[in-house]
Design a protein around this ligand. Sequence first.
Ligand SMILES: NC(=O)c1ccc[n+]([C@@H]2O[C@H](COP(=O)([O-])OP(=O)(O)OC[C@H]3O[C@@H](n4cnc5c(N)ncnc54)[C@H](O)[C@@H]3O)[C@@H](O)[C@H]2O)c1
Length: 349
Amino acid sequence: MAKLEQINVGVIGVGWVGGIRANACAKNPIIDELHIAEINPKRQQEIKEEINPTRITDDWREIINDSSIDAVVISMTPETERFPIVLAALEAKKHVFVEKPIAPTIAETEQALSIAKDNNLKMTVGYSRRFDPRYAYINKALKGGLIGDPVTCLISRNSTRELGLKITGRSKMSPASIAGVHDLDFVLWAMQPRKPVKVYSQTAGKLFSKHSDTPDHQWVMITMDDGTTITVGIGWILPIGYPNYVQAFIEIIGTDGSLTIDDSHKDIQLNTVEHGIRYPLSSMPGEQIDHVFAGSMYEEVNHFINAIVFDTPVMVSAEEAKLVMEVYSAADLSVELGEPVSLPRNDFK
Ligand SMILES: NC(=O)c1ccc[n+]([C@@H]2O[C@H](COP(=O)([O-])OP(=O)(O)OC[C@H]3O[C@@H](n4cnc5c(N)ncnc54)[C@H](O)[C@@H]3O)[C@@H](O)[C@H]2O)c1
């Protein structure tokens, strides 16, 4: 049997999402040593019991300074404190998988991008929808012309206020920039080679805005360079449901047909006296059920590891992630100005 080339990987931040990624790494035979950085002692203990990694430290610098580690997955929060870790990892010549966003600003994203490019390092962002077969199918169908020329696309996604409170509690980022980015990435990917040229956005806030300046919902309207229109809506104030329930609906209309995804998770319904109706397996990251993982994160992590070992392109390029950032930055600027914003711009820094 041919010898398998193994690599060593570090995961920084093993909360909800990083925990899933660490578990995916632990099951991947291409990974020899798995190193974890986590500051929460409870999560340290839990992850130790789950996967018994080579090392658990509370200082991410230990992972970056260890030259035997080839790649890092950066899933710690808050997002606003992540860029120094991304930068240090790239400077230490490690391949990087990071949850969105790469950095708080486009200028810093460009800095990371150029270090990765100069050092021939893989850098990718956790836009997990691309690894969901339904979303991959829509991308394939659109690019293959199955519905002719796309005319318009509507995506509406809402999560519970439970998740909304978690997200808004750790940053002041807008709904589009922290949650809508997944749909923005998906639709910009599926619409390639079309490019966004105009963005208009409005927010509404009647609940969270009582205690913070975070809106409850944001609509983002995008015009592509061929005239296709896209509307993406993202909200986080649904009543508490299945822990971290998320529902979404996608509709794409073309000259020769239409494509829809009902991602509202009505396929499994659990009704109990204690909790009423719940929709299991509906959270965005997915979850482990005994021997099988329901969701796309394992596939996504394994793709990144394979890209390193086989030197193949990553699914989500840093340039694509930068374009998503330009669109949500334009949306947030549009909210501020109360008018549409044209792209490309050279004043986002
Ligand atoms: N791809 C997706 O579908 C998807 C879904 C949900 C969330 N996310 C993204 O994943 C990221 C993580 O979200 P989460 O819900 O897992 O957050 P979380 O708060 O549950 O986990 C973050 C973890 O980082 C740890 N941490 C904080 N500072 C640290 C440091 N300096 N060093 C090491 N560890 C540190 C915390 O203790 C915590 O355990 C977020 O950016 C979020 O936007 C992605």
